[in-house]
Design a protein around this ligand. Structure first.
Ligand SMILES: NC(=O)c1ccc[n+]([C@@H]2O[C@H](COP(=O)([O-])OP(=O)(O)OC[C@H]3O[C@@H](n4cnc5c(N)ncnc54)[C@H](OP(=O)(O)O)[C@@H]3O)[C@@H](O)[C@H]2O)c1
Length: 263
């Protein structure tokens, strides 16, 4: 491409016609990304454990664009296989995978249970690895050198800087997601698949409800932009990474946190 070649900016951020899978798409950050993708003209599969909720959210989102519910528990290999098989039954390729489903566990260190630790690691780390692996054949079929398939992992700023709450397994899990992102980005580049991560700061969701009820003012004060994130902030970065505009971005972790990480 020559420096003065037309860029076609009108389609630079388009994901129209692409197919995406978003785990944890039934609420919070996953729902924000699903809504953004649908408004941009993508077909979106949302997945979460609670079938009735997942079905109801997909039905509601179908007013915006084509949205399909595929309930699954991605914290187990069987759950990841089930989800990948469901997608393969109706799609012959997949352009975008968003590994967003996540869990947190709060407890003082002496009371931190093995079950809590395993839940966090399995939901945040194991799921990302195995679901990506199970969907590789479909991702590989969608990717081209100019427009690779995209894996977008949802990490956290807690995987970059130590959080103030006692969530021990959580920051460890998110640092693992960030480094898995770099590792898989290198491993999959030859297959025309990029792997990047979004590291959100504070966004309103069920996961952060208690924290924001107790600490929102303190969090806003610690944020250079003096606010928490919203749906457009999250959808914007995900659409960028999924579109032609993000085609040459590979193996990065993008904090979306109003500058909390660097202050
Ligand atoms: N909100 C924030 O401020 C923030 C900040 C940094 C990072 N994050 C990350 O962003 C992601 C989304 O978090 P959120 O705040 O939106 O949390 P949330 O409101 O609790 O939503 C979590 C979503 O994941 C699904 N889920 C949980 N466990 C699952 C499993 N085993 N299998 C399949 N789906 C599962 C939930 O549905 P079911 O319960 O029905 O399964 C739900 O759809 C997480 O990875 C989180 O760590 C969030």
């Amino acid at each position: 491409m020559e420096p003065n070649e037309a860029i076609h900016v009108e389609s630079l951020f388009s994901i129209k016609g692409k197919t995406a899978v978003i785990t944890g798409g039934s609420r919070g950050i996953g729902l924000m990304i699903a809504r953004g993708f649908l408004e941009s003209g993508a077909k979106v599969y949302i997945s979460s454990r609670k079938k009735d909720v997942c079905d109801a959210v997909a039905a509601e989102l179908s007013k915006v664009g084509e949205c399909v519910s595929v309930p699954a528990d991605v914290s187990t290999l069987d759950g990841c296989k089930h989800l990948a098989q469901q997608i393969a039954a109706s799609e012959n390729k997949l352009h975008i995978l968003v590994n967003n489903a996540g869990a947190v566990w709060f407890a003082p260190i002496a009371e931190y249970t093995e079950a809590g630790w395993d839940k966090v690691i399995d939901t945040n780390v194991k799921s990302t690895f195995f679901l990506t692996r199970e969907l590789l054949p479909l991702l590989e079929k969608a990717g081209t050198p100019d427009d690779p398939a995209r894996v977008i992992n949802v990490g956290s700023i807690d995987g970059i800087k130590a959080p103030f709450l006692e969530t021990f397994a959580y920051p460890a899990s998110k640092a693992a997601v960030h480094h898995m992102t770099r590792d898989l980005a290198v491993k999959f580049a030859g297959r025309n698949i990029t792997v990047n991560a979004i590291a959100p700061g504070p966004f309103p969701s069920q996961m952060t409800k208690w924290m924001l009820e107790h600490y929102q003012k303190q969090i806003e004060k610690s944020c250079p932009l003096r606010r928490i994130g919203n749906s457009s902030d999250m959808a914007g970065v995900a659409i960028y990474l999924a579109s032609r505009a993000g085609a040459y971005v590979n193996g990065v972790v993008i904090p979306v946190d109003g500058g909390i990480c660097i202050s």
